[in-house]
Structures are given as structure tokens and as C-alpha cells.
Design a protein around this ligand. Structure first.
Ligand SMILES: NC(=O)c1ccc[n+]([C@@H]2O[C@H](COP(=O)([O-])OP(=O)(O)OC[C@H]3O[C@@H](n4cnc5c(N)ncnc54)[C@H](OP(=O)(O)O)[C@@H]3O)[C@@H](O)[C@H]2O)c1
Length: 290
């Protein structure tokens, strides 16, 4: 039986390709990658056709619109691309399949993080509301599921859009970087995230699990750690309170997640510094994406 990654061209999806290309088929929507299947998962007929053809046992859904401010502005598109995609996929899956969905610490209000899987959700922005809605739809569908809550994913990426690149590119060009000093979370290395999920799938885990890096730190200090590890000038990093940035979508401040539940499975995630060392060993950009 085939397994499928819907959203293979994104940060997390492509890491599945790097680690497990023989185990899955992969889709893309706009970033064409040879051998990947084109799919707009907001289209029910297209999604149904592909799922019927492959009859996948495991469907990993990384396809989403994860831009928090864009979700707040373009609510209709955000709903369609987050909740709509999940609705389409669960309608097409048989009860024998398992869906893996990526949720976020933004399901919480950020008053008392880091949060465990048992804490009550209370999103304060539209992206968080959509994640809660997706989680509920999946749980109520009766389909076997693994809901992974994670946060602050970093690593090498074709689109160069994760926070790591903002720090790396800005400081490399000698410019100042203004970063929130009151938003706390757990930076999570994409390679560790994916290898952890693979271990969890091998153990047939089901339900909601937090999968995050161990360190719970403020954004500006995360940026300083990147700078130190990659030999960049950390004095260019200027910490400012969240209100300084005038974000369209409110941000949970004391967010982040606790990883006690995955530790009970005997799974531990490497430290941030180990992750940076691993990134350095991933050589040239071409090696990273071939
Ligand atoms: N990044 C984080 O820090 C973070 C934190 C917590 C949770 N998450 C969640 O983790 C998941 C993966 O995030 P990511 O950072 O890997 O996202 P990403 O890099 O933005 O990738 C999104 C993927 O979705 C695909 N996609 C978008 N619209 C689609 C559509 N209509 N039909 C089919 N595919 C579509 C994109 O395809 P194309 O690029 O080809 O258009 C891309 O492959 C998301 O659910 C996100 O909310 C992320």
C-alpha cells in the first residue's frame, strides 16, 4: 500500500522526501518538483481522484496556509486552504487509513505556556481558530489520526521563508534585525520533527502529541543562538516587545509546548545547538534539494 504526503513541496513536506522518499508519494501545488504529483487539495474532485487511485494507508497533510497574518486578512482563502483541505481529505479516506495533521501552539492564548496536550485550547487569532477547527473535524471523523502540535520550525528550505533565514540573511548582509523579545516558544528543527513522526508512526501512535524542540526561549534569544552558531554578528539583533511590530494577527506570548508525552515513548529531540551543527553538515544548497 502507498503512503502519501499532501504538501511535499513545503518546509515539512520536503523533509519527508529527504528522509523517506521511497515510502511515500508526494504532491505539490505551485512549486513544481519532478516526480511529485500536482494537486490542489481545495478541489474535492481532484483530491478524491488521487486518493482513490493510490488508496494510501497513511496520509500526511502538510498542505496549509500557515502565514498567520495572511490568514487574518484573507479569511475566506485561509478557511478553504486550512479547514477545506482537511474536510476534503477526510471525506475521501477509508476508516483503515491514518491521517497525520500538523497543528500549532497557536491553538492556545499564550497566557500560561508552555502547554501540554491536555490544556484547554483558546486561540486568539484566526490561524489558531482554524487549527482548532481542523483538529476537531479530524477527531470527529472517526479516522485514525495523529495530530502533531508543533511550533517555530526551522531548517534549510527551498522557499527560504522560515525564521532561520530571516536571521541568517539579514545578519549576513550586515543589517539590523528587530525581533520580539516577549514571544516564547520552542524552536523545532524540521529534521528532528520528521524523524520523530516516523518513529511515532512505527509505534502506531494515535491522538494529539506535542513534538517540539526542548528549549523554551524568546524569539530574540533564538535569533542570538543562530547568530552565535553561524558566526554572525549578534549585536545587530534588537529585541522589542510584540506591540512594536503592529502585527495584524495577535500573537500568543507565553506559547510553546511541553514534550513530556513523547518522552514517555522513549523519544527525545536533540538540542538546538546540535540541530545547528547538523544543518552545517548538510553542505551546499544543491545537495540539500536534490
Ligand atoms: N512552519 C512552522 O513553524 C509551523 C509551526 C506549527 C505548525 N505548522 C504547520 O505545519 C504544516 C506544514 O507547515 P510548513 O511550514 O511546511 O508549510 P509550507 O512550507 O508553507 O508548505 C505548505 C505546503 O502546502 C502546499 N499547499 C498550499 N496550498 C495548497 C493547496 N491548495 N493544495 C495542495 N497543497 C497546497 C504547498 O504547496 P506549493 O508550495 O507547491 O504551493 C506546500 O507544499 C502546516 O499545517 C502548518 O500550519 C507550521
Amino acid at each position: 500500500m502507498t503512503n502519501l504526503v499532501i504538501g511535499g513541496s513545503g518546509l515539512v513536506g520536503y523533509e519527508f522526501y529527504r528522509q523517506k522518499k521511497d515510502n511515500y508519494k508526494f504532491t505539490y501545488k505551485s512549486q513544481k518538483i519532478n516526480s511529485f504529483i500536482e494537486l490542489d487539495a481545495t478541489c474535492f474532485e481532484e483530491t478524491k481522484k488521487l486518493i482513490n487511485k493510490l488508496s494510501p494507508e497513511i496520509v500526511i497533510v502538510t498542505a496549509a496556509m500557515p502565514d498567520v497574518n495572511k490568514c487574518e486578512i484573507e479569511k475566506e482563502l485561509a478557511f478553504k486552504t486550512n479547514v477545506g483541505i482537511i474536510e476534503n481529505i477526510i471525506k475521501c479516506l477509508s476508516k483503515k487509513s491514518k491521517i497525520v495533521f500538523f497543528s500549532s501552539d497557536y491553538v492556545f492564548d499564550g497566557n500560561s505556556g508552555p502547554y501540554s496536550e491536555k490544556d484547554k485550547t483558546n486561540p486568539i487569532n484566526y490561524y489558531g481558530e482554524l487549527k482548532v477547527s481542523c483538529e476537531r473535524k479530524i477527531i470527529n471523523s472517526g479516522i485514525k489520526h495523529l495530530i502533531i502540535r508543533t511550533t517555530g520550525i526551522f531548517g534549510w528550505e527551498m522557499a527560504r521563508k522560515n525564521f532561520f533565514y530571516r536571521v541568517f540573511d539579514t545578519l549576513s548582509s550586515g543589517k539590523e534585525l528587530f525581533v520580539p523579545n516577549d514571544q516564547f516558544g520552542n524552536p523545532t528543527y524540521v529534521k528532528d520533527l520528521v524523524s520523530t513522526i516516523e518513529k511515532m508512526l512505527n509505534q502506531d501512535c494515535e491522538g494529539i502529541y506535542n513534538v517540539v524542540g526542548e528549549e523554551w526561549i524568546a524569539r530574540d534569544n533564538f535569533a542570538r543562538n543562530i547568530a552565535k552558531s553561524f558566526g554572525l554578528n549578534d549585536t545587530l539583533i534588537i529585541g522589542k516587545p510584540t506591540k512594536y511590530f503592529k502585527n495584524i494577527a495577535p500573537r500568543p506570548l507565553k506559547a510553546g509546548l511541553r514534550s513530556d508525552k513523547i518522552r514517555k515513548l522513549g523519544i527525545s529531540i536533540k538540542s538546538m545547538d546540535q540541530a545547528f551543527e547538523d544543518m552545517k553538515n548538510r553542505k551546499s544548497i544543491d545537495d540539500r534539494y536534490t
